[in-house]
Every structure is written in C-alpha cells, then in structure tokens.
Design a protein around this ligand. Structure first.
Ligand SMILES: [Zn+2]
Length: 73
C-alpha cells in the first residue's frame, strides 16, 4: 500500500514537488509542467531482481543438477 505514495509530481520548470498531479504549477504558474516522477529508491528494486534472474539462469545451465519435480524414481 506504500507503492502509490512513492510517486511524486515535480514541476519541470521550477522544481516544485507535490504528492498529487496538478494541471498548473502553484509555484511558478506553469501549465502542464508538472510530471510524475519516481523516488530515487525505485531503481534499487529492479537491480536486485536482475541479479536474482541471473542466478536462476546459471542454475538452469548447470548440468547434473536434479530438478526438484517431486517425482522421485
Ligand atoms: Zn513550477
């Protein structure tokens, strides 16, 4: 439930930041200058999942590894 609140809105003209989108910046008065931006923390999560995916790929490429299929012979 915290994901939605991680998005903030920043005015590209003056740098004003708000938690909800507005058509007109209340600080500099510019129209359509406010755009949604992600917090700096966001890029960390995709990088972590990328490493995880690489690890899974290495496991798949390793020969001789018994897959836990649950079908014991
Ligand atoms: Zn502004």
């Amino acid at each position: 439930m915290g994901k939605a609140s991680q998005v903030s809105y920043e005015c590209q003209a003056c740098g004003w930041v708000g938690l909800k989108w507005v058509g007109r910046c209340s600080q500099c008065g510019g129209w359509d200058t406010v755009e949604p931006v992600n917090r700096r923390l966001s890029p960390v999560a995709p990088a972590a999942s990328l490493v995880k995916a690489q690890d899974i790929d290495q496991v798949n490429a390793t020969p001789g590894v018994a897959w836990p299929t649950g079908m014991a012979s």
